[in-house]
Structures are given as C-alpha cells and as structure tokens.
Ligand binder design. Structure first.
Ligand code: PAF
Length: 287
C-alpha cells in the first residue's frame, strides 16, 4: 500500500495506474476509521481494481463552535485498517496542502440545505462540497463511495457530480450498526456510558416512524413524528430535527405516497454530542 502526502505525488501515482487501464475507486474519509468505513472500502474493492482512501479532517466543513480540534485523529490505526482491507493508496494531505491560500471561490447551494443538517450547520455542506470537489479533481476517480448515514451529503454530492459533469459513478454504502442499532460514527467515541445507553433510541424512533407510516399511510406525517419526538425528549435527547423528506429534493412532506422514495431522518443532541441517522424507504418496504 502506498502512502502519499502531496497532491503531486497522488497525481503521479494515479496517472500511472490510469495508464494501465485500472478502474480507480475513491473512498473519502476524515479518518478515525470504524466498521462503517471498512464496509465502504470492501464495497469499493468489489467494483474498482485500484482503491484510494483519503484521510483528511477538513476544517472548512466545521462551524466555529463545532468539534474540529477535538475530532478523533487515529492515523496509525487508520493506516492498519487500510492495509488490512487491501486499499492500494492512502492520501493524507495536511491543511496547507489542501488549502495553501485563502480560497476565493466557493460553491453556493440552492434549496437543498434548508432542511435537515443544513439548517443547523450553516456552511457545513459548502465545506463538504469544496473538499470533495478538490478530491475528485486531484484523484479523478472512476467511482466514489459515501455512507448512507450522511444522506444529505450524498444527495448534494450526487447533484454536484451531475451539475459539474464529473465523470464519476457514485456508490452509497449502507449504514453499519452496532448490535443495538446505533449507527457507527467516529463521534460515538464522545459518548459516556449513560449517553451510549440511550443513543440507539434515535434509530428506534426512525424505525417506528417507518413502521407506522407503512401500516397507516393515511396518517399525517407530523402526527407520527410528534409521537416519536415526545419519546426521545422523555429520554433526555434534545431534538435537532426528526423529519420525513423526499429523497430527490429533501423537502419535508405532509402526507406520504407509498411507492415514492423518502428519507426518514433524525438528529439529536445526546449530552453535548450530536448524532444523526436515517432510513431510506418507499413505505412499502424498509431498507
Ligand atoms: O463523510 C465524511 O467523512 C466527510 O464529510 C468527507 C466526505 C470525507 C468530506 O470531508
């Protein structure tokens, strides 16, 4: 496995790989790898002949009061995971390499960030698209994979790929869960014992909303969601959002139409830690 720190180094390595006719698959990460990332690497290995993992904690996607400085950095462990999973190249740029000067040009996003995480994390997705756009240009992959847990991120990157004509096929990696249903996340390491115990309640709430609307599609979405909000609050979880939105434009819905594609998504503060999760469903069958 090659380890590369510079953009020039990655470009040189990958132009040789491309010249051999290999299919390049990109797995962008912020490190602190867990089984969710392992799933992404494995899924990419099934599709691409040369797998590139990037490890970069991107400062531009963190708000001023967010956890950029305390975000876990586990470089040796990350290297071991990448090696063990058969990644071919790991790119670890530092901040100066990615942002050598003040960036004058940014992406503005219309509409798609009015709800869900975009509402409470202003600027977050502009930072995500900025870095992903750079990583796409630096590595020029044939395929790239992102986890379902960050579903709004996936929908926005998909839009960027279409609107900016990146010749990249996107894959989505299913959310990997702990035995009690908690979605794996690097931020789970912040939870104390009590917070960890109640953390799966978010997944429970999403599952209940899916189940109830699948059985009773005539109900108002707000009625079903409110019931779960009350349950989460009663268990000391502070709701950021709990919502059912259209998959395509991320707009909240009042009533569902079975057969259409939706996202049932939630974000809660569990102590100081913000947890997110979602299910994609057509309200006929939960996926
Ligand atoms: O999902 C993540 O880990 C990050 O948002 C990403 C896509 C690597 C961009 O920094």
């Amino acid at each position: 496995m090659k380890e590369v720190l510079s953009i020039t180094g990655v470009r040189n390595e990958l132009s040789a790989v491309r010249a051999r006719g290999e299919l390049i698959g990109l797995v962008p990460t912020m490190g602190a790898l867990h089984d969710g990332h392992v799933h992404l690497i494995r899924k990419m290995k099934e599709q691409a002949s040369f797998v590139v993992v990037t490890v970069f904690v991107n400062p531009t996607q963190f708000g001023p009061n967010e956890d950029y400085s305390k975000y876990p950095r586990t470089r040796d462990y990350d290297r071991q995971i990448c090696e063990q999973e058969g990644a071919d190249l790991v790119f670890y740029p530092d901040v100066e390499e990615m942002y050598p000067a003040e960036q004058a040009i940014g992406l503005t996003i219309a509409g798609l960030t009015d709800h869900l995480c975009g509402k409470s994390r202003p600027g977050h997705f502009a930072g995500v698209l900025q870095v992903v756009n750079k990583l796409f240009n630096i590595t020029q992959p044939d395929l790239a994979i992102f986890g379902q847990k960050d579903i709004q991120q996936f929908v926005l990157i998909d839009r960027m790929v279409q609107e900016f004509n990146h010749p990249i096929r996107l894959l989505i990696g299913e959310t990997v869960r702990e035995a009690d249903g908690l979605a794996m996340s690097s931020r789970n390491t912040y939870l104390n014992r009590q917070e960890r115990k109640r953390a799966p309640l978010l997944y429970d709430a999403l599952t209940m909303i899916c189940g109830k609307l699948t059985g009773h599609p005539e109900l108002a979405v707000s009625e079903v969601v409110d019931e779960q909000e009350r349950r989460l609050k009663a268990n000391d979880l502070k709701i950021d959002y709990l919502s059912v939105v259209n998959f395509s434009d991320l707009q909240p819905v009042v009533h569902i139409v079975p057969g259409n594609r939706y996202i049932v998504a939630g974000a809660v503060y569990n102590g100081p830690t913000r947890l997110i999760d979602n299910l994609i469903t057509d309200f006929k069958q939960i996926s």
